[in-house]
Design a protein around this ligand. Structure first.
Ligand code: ZN
Length: 183
């Protein structure tokens, strides 16, 4: 009986331990964005606005996704999704450059996908349980606007897939600086 009790205790501990295991959150990984540095701000200026102010600046769909953490239907932002021009993808709400064309890849999901943000400090992460399981939400670090989620099934060099709502982004055509020889 004593053996049985200790067996029960071990099982209980194991079960509760597995329940407490925190979901693995994706840590933002960046690749060098030095060749875009002339297009990047030197610092982040916090942007805080009331719900009413955001409503005036954003259309209904933008407000739903960016401020209410909604998700657009896949393949709705086709223009941005299929965009192959060189340049920067900026936050629709505050203009902060978030992703560059050279980290964009075709994921087949219907949402613009990138394997890294321009800078780790431009992106905020949070764990979201809206679908009943943990996902890592990504937000603009300057205005807290919802962008999408990051998943661990992206291509190298980071292995991450930043799955972003097209409605959360704007595109600015820009040329990177030529890479120095030896890099
Ligand atoms: Zn923003």
């Amino acid at each position: 009986m004593k053996l049985f009790m200790s067996f029960l205790i071990v099982i209980t501990v194991l079960v509760s331990a597995s329940c407490q295991t925190k979901p693995t959150t994706q840590r933002t990984k960046v690749v060098s964005a030095d060749h875009w540095s002339t297009h990047l701000p030197t610092s982040i200026e916090r942007v805080e606005k009331s719900e009413e102010e955001w409503k005036k600046e954003l259309n209904e769909q933008e407000f739903y996704v960016i401020r209410k953490k909604g998700t657009e239907r896949s393949f709705t932002g086709v223009e941005l999704l299929n965009n192959k021009k060189e340049g920067l993808y900026t936050c629709k709400a505050c203009g902060l450059p978030l992703f560059a064309s050279d980290t964009k890849f075709k994921s087949g999901t219907g949402w613009p996908s990138y394997f890294a943000p321009l800078k780790a400090e431009y992106i905020k992460e949070d764990t979201d349980y809206n679908l009943g399981y943990a996902r890592t939400e990504v937000m603009c670090a300057q205005c807290d606007g919802h962008l999408g989620h990051v998943f661990p099934d992206g291509p190298q060099p980071t292995g991450l897939r930043y799955c972003i709502n097209a409605v959360s982004l704007d595109f600015q055509e820009a040329k990177p600086e030529p890479k120095k020889s030896g890099e």
